[in-house]
Write a protein that binds this ligand. Structure first.
Ligand SMILES: NC(=O)c1ccc[n+]([C@@H]2O[C@H](COP(=O)([O-])OP(=O)(O)OC[C@H]3O[C@@H](n4cnc5c(N)ncnc54)[C@H](OP(=O)(O)O)[C@@H]3O)[C@@H](O)[C@H]2O)c1
Length: 349
């Protein structure tokens, strides 16, 4: 059996170990074997290392956002060919799909093909952020991106995004903007230029009191909003209050990245929670729905990333190439010192 190098974890809260005996996977009919070129780091990596969340086999290989070169394709692959560069977010918890190893598998229906207008490092910033924002806004709040990559005509309606300067938040702002909405985004005051650069029309302070945030939402939108997305997991109570007391819409949508806390949303509000961690878990109803939704948006996302209506986000490239650098990058992420998304190159092209 061919083996390869990568990072493994022996159990919850066990250290990252660099090994060279990971079995090299073989692609199934609609899968491709991909050489890992770069990874983007997300909060889910330290979360999985500490808790074992969503991990189904030990020792575990983890990783979420990736860019890779297609080496081999399964017999029923129609979109991908050897030599293509692909990117996206890996299905979590199954070693054969995990990017923190030399090669891993992708399901061809849920990955993006990289165009020449995006670098490898930029592509590593896109996966989880774009797909999670897509789940909340397209599946959860009924927004629709044009098929041809153009921005929809301007609408006289606001979408409110909590966390417009975070990874998921920047993509949420971009999607709402591309769908033609005016976007009001919350963020730390020092980061409002990030949210504005993504397409927000106005921002408010996400550390202000609940009353102050509600007052800002009411003042800026005049109540002319039906859809709110929380990309921070801190915004639920404010969203419920804002939708109940400020919004003048007849149909209201509350969407969130928080799929773990108890919610008690009033029945008059449509609630949706993203579950990207269930991608490609086709034996679960949530996993099957998430996978079907994302597969249906891939060509649209590629069109918008091609025209630049949707764009990769700013990143910091971590020093060095390889697994040591990935582990140091995760430590930097956990320290809370990283001002931008961390990207790490894992192997030369
Ligand atoms: N359920 C799913 O499918 C799914 C998928 C992906 C991610 N997630 C979760 O989504 C969350 C965001 O992920 P991410 O990758 O976008 O992380 P990120 O880039 O680190 O962004 C974190 C966001 O949280 C905000 N924030 C931090 N502390 C806050 C506080 N005390 N009050 C209000 N806002 C605060 C930050 O705002 P400022 O930086 O402007 O202060 C920023 O917008 C994480 O909890 C992640 O685990 C869930």
């Amino acid at each position: 059996m061919a083996t390869q190098s990568g990072i493994t974890i022996d159990g919850p809260d066990k250290p990252y170990t660099i090994v060279s005996n990971i079995p090299r996977p073989t692609p199934g009919p609609k899968q491709a074997l991909v050489k890992c070129l770069a990874v983007g780091l997300n909060p889910v990596e330290p979360l999985q290392q500490h808790t074992g969340l969503l991990i189904t086999e030990w020792p575990a290989v983890i990783g979420s956002d990736f860019v890779g070169a297609v080496l081999e394709v399964g017999p029923e692959c129609a979109r991908l060919r050897p030599g293509d560069t692909v990117y996206g977010c890996a299905p979590l918890g199954q070693n054969r799909f995990a990017p923190f190893q030399e090669t891993f598998l992708v399901e061809e229906g849920v990955v993006l093909k990289k165009g020449d207008n995006i670098s490898i490092e930029e592509a590593a910033t896109v996966g989880a952020g774009l797909l999670t924002a897509g789940l909340c806004l397209l599946a959860g709040a009924g927004l629709k991106l044009s098929d041809d990559g153009t921005r929809a005509p301007e609408k006289d309606e606001w979408v409110v995004v909590f966390g417009g300067a975070g990874t998921v938040g920047q993509f949420a702002v971009q999607i709402a903007h591309a769908c033609g909405y005016k976007v009001l985004a919350s963020c730390s005051p020092s980061k409002d230029s990030i949210a504005l650069k993504s397409g927000a029309t106005a921002t408010f302070n996400n550390r202000a009191t609940v009353d102050d945030q509600l007052a800002q939402i009411k003042k800026v939108t005049g109540g002319n909003f039906a859809r709110m997305i929380d990309t921070t997991a801190y915004g639920y109570d404010i969203m419920v209050k804002a939708l109940e007391t400020c919004s003048t819409a007849a149909t209201k949508y509350l969407t969130s990245v928080d799929d773990w806390s108890p919610f008690n949303t009033p029945s008059a509000i449509n609630e949706y929670r993203a579950s990207l961690g269930h991608l490609c878990r086709l034996d679960e109803s949530t996993g099957a729905q998430v996978t079907q939704d994302i597969a249906g948006w891939i060509s649209t996302f590629e069109a918008h990333l091609g025209t630049g209506t949707l764009r990769p986000i700013e990143y910091q490239l971590f020093d060095g190439i390889g697994w040591e650098s990935v582990i140091k990058g995760i430590q930097e992420l956990e320290s809370g010192k990283a001002a931008k998304k961390i990207v790490v190159r894992t192997q030369a092209e």
